[in-house]
Design a protein around this ligand. Structure first.
Ligand SMILES: Cc1ncc(COP(=O)(O)O)c(C=O)c1O
Length: 474
């Protein structure tokens, strides 16, 4: 049916805001403070609001939109998929599932060819759930380590509430007859130290030594693996060189798995297809979502090593996700990967990323309120300091801020930077109180980077003027 003949209701932007306030729950802000900002369109690196204002999207919508908003060939592929098959569940299959998995395991990964299979899910949290489940089944051990300050998703209870034995994640190895049972539906978690504030190899080594001590204290025989982020999206931090290599060595030595959560860091964000590729080592299991389809449709996946894939293929495994491998999702994933490969989008991200980085380093040099830069490719975080001499932060609890315990700080320098940039038509979000996170769509141009720098430049001048001791500080 043509768009004009579509009998379904159309919602005007003015009504959209009213309906949202009345019928839905806002994200983060209290309802009394929340004002829906209705986006009516987006293209490339730009989003357009209901009032006609266009903003340069410096955050890629929580680092989701990958190669950018509304890539035309990706849209066409999605339209074709919609016109084709709507849905078959995972006991049947369709044309795109195996192909999307092949692209993921071979074409995005290249050498070394460690990946044996991909399993699709619909979100980042599900990818993490799946990865942890697979690690625990493969090792037949319950404990999974995480690191301080990590964000890996929000799911917690569904598997715990599932009591049907067949679906309680029992894995039967048909070759050996061995039945592996995950002891509880929830892995027991321990937090290892995060490689934050590690200025040199020695301090990274200390973090790894402490991690190993914690794992040994839990009993290595209980530990299936450790999950880490290489670019802490919500934490605004790239791990230092040396950390992934030492972690890999430790995991091999202890006989545990390394799960690399690249829900944010992956799919080109850091200037390589996968962040681990910067370090010359590879994980046992990789989680991806967000950029995997450039968020054109909800899609996630777990990529696992050949050894793990062979193990899982050898048994019968009752782990289902209704929409895992959905025809629409796998069509979007395969089209997204194909287009990014064809247009060398990841190489572009690396190249303009260097340009962006040099501008940001220059900004950090010139503005006393900018205390340092972390990141690579198109994932950056600028640290905001109150005292350039000592590096003192505006909000002392910094990354450990817990508003429910510490209270909400009256002044958040990161929000000030975002507000000032918004005045110049540049859109930033703000996760952490003393950190500005920058992660635009991967096709951003040098001209757009210059526009972004103009806004950041004046925003940092405003923050400089508020530093204690600045000429016009109050
Ligand atoms: C590293 C990481 N893992 C997992 C998730 C959860 O993904 P989702 O929100 O799609 O469930 C996120 C979300 O931001 C993330 O940053």
């Amino acid at each position: 049916m043509s768009a004009e003949g579509n009998p379904l209701s159309r919602v005007e932007p003015a009504d959209a805001a009213k309906l949202e306030l009345e019928y839905s729950i806002p994200f983060e802000a209290a309802a009394s403070e929340y004002e829906p900002k209705i986006v009516t369109g987006a293209s490339g690196c730009w989003v357009e609001f209901a009032d006609g204002q266009k903003m340069l999207d410096l955050h890629g919508q929580y680092m989701c939109v990958g190669q950018g908003h509304g890539e035309p060939r990706l849209r066409t592929a999605i339209h074709e998929a919609v016109d084709g098959l709507d849905f078959v569940c995972e006991v049947l299959s369709h044309e795109r599932k195996g192909y999307a998995a092949k692209l993921l395991c071979e074409d995005t990964i290249g050498e070394p060819t460690w990946a044996g299979a991909a399993k699709f899910v619909s979100s980042g949290s599900e990818a993490v759930e799946m990865a942890i489940l697979i690690a625990r089944l493969f090792k037949n051990r319950p404990v999974v380590f995480t690191t301080e300050n990590a964000y890996h998703g929000w799911t917690t209870a569904a598997a715990a509430a599932t009591t049907l034995p067949y679906l309680r994640n029992v894995f039967h190895d048909s070759r050996t007859g061995e039945v592996r049972t995950v002891p509880t539906p929830h892995p027991e978690f321990h937090a290892a130290p995060a490689p934050i504030d590690c200025p040199d190899e020695e301090s990274v080594r200390k973090v790894i030594e402490q991690t190993e001590r914690s794992i040994r204290a839990a009993g290595v025989e209980n530990v299936a693996g450790i999950i880490t982020e290489l670019y802490y999206g919500a934490g605004g931090l790239l791990v230092p060189d040396g950390y992934p290599q030492m972690l890999r060595e430790m995991c091999d030595r202890l006989g545990i798995l390394w799960i690399d959560d690249e829900v944010i860091a992956g799919a080109g964000r850091t200037g390589k297809w996968w962040a681990y590729q910067h370090y010359g080592v590879n994980p046992d299991i990789l989680c991806t979502a967000k950029g995997l389809s450039s968020s054109s449709v909800p899609a996630g996946a777990v990529v696992m090593s050949k050894e793990i894939a062979e193990y899982l293929r050898g048994g019968s495994w009752a782990a289902v996700s209704t929409f895992g491998g959905h025809p629409l999702a796998t069509a979007a994933v395969s089209a997204n990967i194909e287009i990014m490969l064809e247009d060398r989008v990841v190489e572009h991200a690396a190249e303009v990323g260097e340009y962006f980085k040099s501008k940001l380093l220059d900004l950090v040099d010139r503005h006393p309120s900018a205390g340092g830069l972390s990141g690579t490719g198109l994932a950056y975080a600028v640290e905001l300091v109150k005292d350039p001499e000592t590096g003192e932060k505006w909000i002392p609890t910094d990354r450990w801020l817990t508003p429910s315990v510490d209270g909400d700080p009256e002044f958040r320098p990161g929000v000030l930077i975002a507000d000032e940039c918004a005045k110049q038509g540049v859109l930033l979000f703000n996760f952490l109180p003393n950190t500005v996170t920058i992660a635009p769509p991967l096709r951003i141009t040098r001209e757009e980077i210059d526009t972004a720098m103009g806004a950041l430049e004046s925003a940092f001048s405003v923050l400089d003027s508020l530093l204690p001791g600045a000429a016009n500080a109050s």
